[in-house]
Design a protein around this ligand. Structure first.
Ligand code: FE2
Ligand code: FE2
Length: 241
């Protein structure tokens, strides 16, 4: 039963990286040379990740505490280390390259990560929400839909720029987020959600896919992947993103 979790822990070990190793000096020069049309969507995406990664890093304690099994707990703890690294990486990018602030993030993204997520994490800590409730929002909606859609847009937007350090870090973050979403699906498979919970999860995913509100963020594709993932939560088949 725990095989899936052990596999995820091995993935976490294999993927570990250090944001301090990424050299952003060339990126600072490349950003200065980039025209404003290219900078504007990148700025919104980076500001979104600046806010969101800090929020998810701060919200994981109740998940670690609520996990009954030590291997599952170890997965959430490994994820927390990843999120703290992601938050440090985007803080460096904001500070050293792009010069953005949290208020530059799209309002719907800020609302999801700085209001909805802490509210749910606090409810979990109080015992007023289940671990499955928390995972459904955190791993399936915020990471599986909002992060995934934003990361694909970010990687695309960086594609032909000379922002090599940012691109390298974003690719690392994207790889980490895949196992985090896999962890969420695995938890929800174990929780065995009722049909109405799955339907609510589908509806929230459709709405969250539009949170960025930016051209270049493919909300329809994010919603489509989410629908497939929710079906996996129901059937218990292998997880992929
Ligand atoms: Fe993250
Ligand atoms: Fe994550």
């Amino acid at each position: 039963m725990l095989t899936g979790y052990e596999h995820l822990l091995r993935a976490a070990d294999r993927l570990r990286w250090d944001e301090a190793d990424i050299d952003l000096r060339g990126d600072t020069r490349a950003w200065a040379a980039l025209d404003e049309v290219r900078r504007a969507p990148l700025r919104r995406l980076m500001a979104g990740f600046l806010v969101a990664e800090e929020a998810v890093a701060a919200a994981l304690h109740p998940f670690v505490a609520a996990a009954g099994d030590p291997v599952v707990r170890a997965c959430f703890a490994a994820q927390q280390a990843d999120e703290e690294r992601h938050a440090r990486f985007f803080a460096r990018v904001a500070d050293e390259v792009v010069g953005v602030h949290p208020h530059d993030a799209p309002r719907a993204v800020r609302d999801l990560f700085t209001r909805r997520l802490p509210d749910t994490a606090m409810a979990l800590a109080r015992g007023d929400a289940t671990l499955a409730d928390g995972v459904a929002l955190y791993h399936l909606i915020l990471e599986g839909v909002v992060f995934a859609a934003g990361q694909e847009a970010l990687v695309q937007a960086l594609g032909d720029t000379d922002l090599d350090g940012v691109r390298a870090g974003a690719a690392r973050v994207q790889a980490d987020e895949r196992w985090h979403v896999g962890l969420g699906v695995r938890c929800l498979q174990d929780a065995g959600l009722a049909v109405e919970q799955l339907e609510a999860l589908l509806a929230r995913g459709e709405c969250a896919a539009r949170a960025w509100g930016l051209r270049g963020v493919d909300a329809e594709r994010a919603a489509q992947v989410h629908r497939r993932r929710v079906a996996l939560c129901q059937t218990g088949r292998a997880v992929s993103r």
